[in-house]
Each structure stands twice: as C-alpha cells, then as structure tokens.
Design a protein around this ligand. Structure first.
Ligand code: ATP
Ligand code: MG
Length: 643
C-alpha cells in the first residue's frame, strides 16, 4: 500500500475507508509501520499491550526519547535549517534558531536543570510566556526523562497552586512576566503566591529575566537562568533513553466543564502518533514551516507548536502577541515572510479577525500555504465560509481533546481525497474506533441524523492519555464504561453522523437543552443565530423554566455595535434573530431572550464558559472559574440577568 505525501500527488490513496479500517482491524501491523517514522534506541517488542483494559501500553519494550526525535536526529541532515522561529510583536523581537542552535540551547537548559537536581521521572513545572526558553525547558525535560507540566502563563495563583500541588515539581521554570497587547502580566507575584498556597514546595525556581516586570528573588530558592546558562555554554547532555511508556508530560484540560483533569501522556506512543499525524493529516514536509497560533500552555501548543513540527523536521513559529497587533494582518505577514505551508489556529481567533478589515487577508503572498487547520471549538459555518473565501485555501476543522493529544475527527489530507463539509470536522481519524452511542441505552447508533455521544472503543490509539496523573481510578471512572463487555471511552461531546460518514459535533453532553421534551444541542441554536449578518459570536445556554423544563437563552456579540443605538434597536435585532431560529430549527428552539454583550466569558484557551453563564442565569454558584479569562465578561451577563 502506498500513501500520499503532499507534493507527490499521484500516489494519493483513494480509499480512506480502507486505510481507517486497517488501522482498527490490523492494529499491530498498522502501528508498527507508523512506528518507523521515529527513531528508537531499542525497537518495541510489542505494539500494544491491552491486557489490563482500559489501560493501553503502546510500543512496549521500545526505548526512545522525544527530544532526540524532535532535535538531535535532524542534526545529520538539517543542522543549519530553521527549527524554532520566535516572533514577538510585544517586544518586537524576531529570532531564528537552527536545529544546531536549538540543540545547543536545549543542552544548556538540561545542564542547568540537572545542576538543580532534576532527574529522570522528576516533575518540572513550566509557567512561562511564549518565549524560546519555554521551548528549551520543555525539550530539556524530555531530554532528561523528566516530566514537564506546563501551566498556561498568567493563570492566577489559585489555578497555578492547585497544579503545583498536584504535579509536585522539584523545579519550577518561570519568568518575570508575559506581555499581552503591550501590557505586562507580572508572573513573579502570582508564582510566589501560588507556592505559598501550595502544600508542595519546589526546591528551586529557575527564572528567565526578560526585563519586562519586577522580579524580587527568594534567597536559596530562586535562581536566574542567565548566569547559570553561562556556566554551561559548551556542556553536552546526552538524551536519556526511556521506555516508550515512560510519562513525558502532564497537562490539565481547559476546565470548560468543571475542575480540570490532569492528563498524563507517554513517550513512544506520543512520538509515533505525532509523526504519523504530520504525515497523514497535516502533510508537513521536512524543511518547511509550520505555524500554530496556540500557546504552549494548551495541548495544541504541546503537539503542534513544539513536538509535532520538530519531529517532522519542520521549522515551527512561536508567536507572542495578539492576532490584531499591529494589525489584523500580522499572522498573514508571517506566512509570507517564513513561507509557512501548514497553519493551525482556533475558531475563536478567526472570529476575532472577522471583526477586522477583510482586505488584510489578501494583502500578503500566501502562495506557500496549503491549508489552515482549526480546532478547539465548533467551527460555525459563517466563520468557516468567511476565512475560506478570504484566504482561498482549504479550511480543515479538527476535533480532539487534551486527553487525546491529536485529532479524533478530521479530514486526513495525506490519505483522503474527500472534501471538507462546512460545519463538520470530518470523519474518524485512523486509529480511532469512533462510535456514536445512545446516551440512555449505550447502544450504537447507525447515524443518519440520530444524535448520540461521541465515543471511542478501547484501546485508545497511541499518543492519547495514559491515565489521570496519579489517579488511575479517576481515569477509569471519569472516562470509561463497559458496554456489552467492551470498554468505551466517552468524549462527553454530542454528535451526529451523516450518510457519508461525516460527523457534526453538537456541543457537550451537559450542553443539551431539554425544551418541553425536545432535546436540542446549544450548538444547533448558536449555528442558526450566528448566520445573522450582524452576529460575530454567540453563546446559548439552557435555563430552568417552570413551564417548559428548560428554555434557551442567547448572549450575542454583534459585529457592528453602532447599530444598537437604543433599546428599540436591540429589540428589533432580537426579533430578527428569533425569526431566524424559527425558520432554521422551529419555534421550539427559539431562545426566550437574545441579549447583547460586548464579550463572552471564556476560558484562557478561548472556549465559551457556557456552564458559568448558565449558573448566572439560574442564580447558582458558578463553580471553578480559575481558568476564566475576563471576569468582566461574566459580570455583563450578571448585570443583564439581574438588571
Ligand atoms: P474540560 O474537559 O476541563 O471541561 P475542555 O473540554 O474545554 O475542558 P480541551 O481538552 O481543551 O478542554 O477541549 C476539548 C473539547 O473542545 C472537546 O471535547 C470539544 O468539546 C471541544 N472541541 C475541540 N475541538 C472541537 C471541534 N473541532 N469542534 C467542536 N468542538 C471541539
Ligand atoms: Mg473536556
């Protein structure tokens, strides 16, 4: 069987269904082939040990190293090619590190961490802005076999404290501050407070001084990266070969639906899964440039800023700054300048751009760009249409989770000829035995517009979570169910499958609204509302109602607020929107109210916090809000609801 590589179109495989089927039916054969995409110190003896379900051990007996695969192994062929391209529109810095330079910097960082006592299996918490040292730290950890735990920079001390306590790091790597829209976020006071709050105390804190914020040092604990690095300018630190099943990192989910879960990832399975995804999904070739606009604090940053592109021998862009500063063309100017071939972003970012001048999309030469991948949230059709028309490139919706580490649903560009359908993230990715299950009976639904819960029959493919960090029982009880003797993983997302096998995600299982016995996905109503030309973004939640059980409530951000001059104008727009929903979905789905806000409450990763909106609407406690971005956004809703 031959597989399509971008740039070699004649070998494109025509039948993706066969490719997918083989990945499930001949799991061993399929994944042992993919395993050849990475370097092993000693080859795996067994592809998958599933003797203790739902725990899956991939590539048992093999030893490898993530940092070796991302950095060292490219020295032979591409030492002087770009590896890490750092761009900050906050400090106006731009610096390109070749693979050779990256190799050197990572070893310096590894040497310093070793001096601070870090050994294989130790945890290192990384609380950093988007600067090269953050990438060095991640790679240095995996080089040493230490387990990194990256916490999104600028999270408040409460969120940080719980992560310090849970991961119990020997060392924390941090910096004086991050910058956002020209304003400094001072990290050090947040970090000091978090360490004070946490029962676990790190032995050392390694600090990068960027000179953007004050950074008082705690004697005996805090060390400065600059001078320590100087001591190791020429130190070489070899890669520690670890078992394929050795944990590479832990990372928390975004906290959209409640308390974040600590996802633990392995080494060998992850390396193979990423290498395979770069080939079959993203079609990135060695020597090209990949640009993911995410942050290292999220799973996309782990998989597709750091490890995936580097494993594939690509240069990766690490961008610090806003998508609209100095203007909404900044990303596209980087595509032109660095000849980006593959780009990855999130619908929430595209909606931000949608409020900017569309001419910025055609101002730069984007001829190298082959596709834009989007993930993290439902991609509504109007947004997909807008960006697709503006760029004139394929827009590919990816559906996945922190837990899985790489896509569950996508169009696999490298092995599938199928076109995208707007509103759908495509079909099950190879390796995932995706099932749509009835949430009441657990029975498999055939598809054809019947709604069900998106599940994956075990074992999960390589690269997915091994367990919840230090809590196997929570892993099993949170995610797994045994149905007719088979272990099934739940995504907690609700979906439908059309006759061509394309899935549509309708929202989270707890976002289902039950209006007078009709079960509706908030996503369906949002989709309808956002097709109104003046709606930029909308969140719909179900609110308890004495008569109907629940009613839908909508909170919308308008594109052009100048039209909302007074109460009458708002009511008029509300009426228009309700008519739209009546037409698309029927009166049963019509929101009780459509209210207008300037911004929606979101997690720091850009996901709408529907559960918090719902709690406010029902005058309940809002629960864990540690990952919320802008508290003022929720206040606007509170004012509307109580006002
Ligand atoms: P938590 O699990 O802590 O509540 P979270 O689910 O938001 O937070 P992530 O792992 O960052 O944490 O997000 C994964 C979820 O994001 C998916 O389960 C799904 O609900 C949503 N999602 C991701 N990609 C898509 C997509 N392409 N289309 C629709 N929804 C998506
Ligand atoms: Mg989740």
């Amino acid at each position: 069987m031959r597989f399509y590589w971008s740039g070699n179109e004649e070998t494109r495989m025509t039948n993706y269904a066969d490719f997918h089927r083989r990945s499930i039916e001949d799991r061993e054969g399929f994944w042992s082939e993919q395993a050849k995409l990475v370097d092993w110190q000693s080859p795996p003896q067994q592809v998958c040990d599933y003797s203790n379900p739902p725990f899956a051990k991939w590539f048992v007996g093999g030893t490898t190293n993530l940092c070796h695969n991302a950095v060292d192994r490219h020295l032979k062929d591409r030492a002087d090619q770009a590896a890490l391209i750092f761009v900050s529109t906050e400090t106006n810095q731009e610096k390109v590190y070749t693979f050779r330079e990256l190799h050197t910097e990572v070893q310096r960082m590894a040497a310093v961490l070793k001096d601070l006592g870090v050994q294989k299996g130790d945890r290192v918490l990384i609380y950093m802005p988007m600067i090269p040292e953050a990438a060095f730290a991640m790679l240095a950890c995996t080089r040493l076999g230490a387990i990194h735990s990256v916490v999104f920079g600028g999270f408040a001390s409460g969120a940080l404290a719980s992560r310090i306590e849970d991961s119990a790091p020997r060392v924390i790597v941090s910096a004086d501050g991050g910058l956002r829209g020209g304003k400094a976020v001072e990290y050090k006071p947040l970090l000091d407070e978090a360490i004070r709050l946490s029962a676990h105390k790190p032995e050392s804190v390694l600090l990068v001084d960027r000179q953007v914020a004050p950074m008082p040092l705690v004697e005996g604990r805090d060390r400065l990266w600059g001078p320590l690095r100087e001591k190791h300018l020429n130190t070489s630190v070899p890669c520690e070969w670890v078992d394929a099943t050795h944990p590479s990192y832990t990372l928390y989910t975004s906290g959209t639906t409640g308390k974040p879960k600590g996802v633990q990832r392995d080494t060998g399975g992850y390396a193979v899964a990423l290498a395979a995804s770069m080939k079959h999904i993203y079609c990135g070739n060695p020597g090209e440039t990949y640009f993911s606009t995410s942050d290292i604090g999220w799973v996309v940053g782990h998989s597709y800023i750091i490890y995936g592109p580097l494993i594939a021998g690509m240069a990766t862009i690490m961008y610090e700054g806003l998508p609209i500063r100095p203007d909404g063309g900044i990303w596209w100017s980087l595509v032109e300048k660095y000849k980006v071939t593959v780009m990855f972003s999130a619908p929430t970012a595209i909606r931000v751009l949608k409020k900017q001048d569309p001419a910025l999309l055609s101002k730069y030469d984007l001829s190298t760009l082959r596709a834009l991948f989007l993930a993290g949230e439902p991609l509504d059709e109007p947004t997909a249409q807008w960006i697709s028309a503006g760029l004139g490139k394929p827009i590919i919706d990816n559906y996945w989770q922190t837990e899985t580490g790489w896509p569950i649903l996508s169009i696999c560009k490298g092995v599938d000829d199928a076109a995208s359908k707007f509103g759908s993230p495509g079909k099950p990715v190879y390796g995932y035995d995706v099932k749509l299950l009835d949430d009441q009976t657990g029975e498999e639904l055939a598809g054809g517009d019947v709604k069900g819960v998106v599940c994956v029959e075990g074992p999960l493919p390589p690269g997915c979570m091994q367990t919840v960090w230090r809590d196997d029982a929570r892993f099993v009880s949170t995610y797994w169910k045994q149905l007719s003797g088979k272990w099934v993983y739940s995504t907690f997302d609700w979906g439908v499958k059309d006759k061509d096998g394309y899935f549509y995600i309708l929202g989270r299982t707890d976002d289902v609204i039950n209006v007078a016995g009709h079960r509706l996905g908030t996503r369906e109503i949002e989709e309808s509302i956002s097709s109104h030309p003046n709606v930029a973004e909308v969140a719909v939640v179900g609110v308890a109602d004495q008569l109907k059980g629940q009613v839908a409530m909508a909170f919308a951000v308008v594109k052009d607020a100048s039209q909302l001059t007074d109460e009458a104008a708002a009511l008029k727009l509300e009426g228009e929107i309700m008519k739209l929903v009546d037409r698309d979905l029927g009166a049963v789905a019509r929101p009780a109210r459509v209210r207008f806000v300037t911004v929606l409450p979101k997690t720091r990763s850009g996901k709408v916090l529907r559960r918090a909106i719902q709690a406010v609407c029902e005058s309940r406690d809002t629960g864990d809000l540690t990952t919320m971005d802008d508290p003022a956004a929720l206040q606007q809703i509170r004012d509307l609801v109580t006002g």
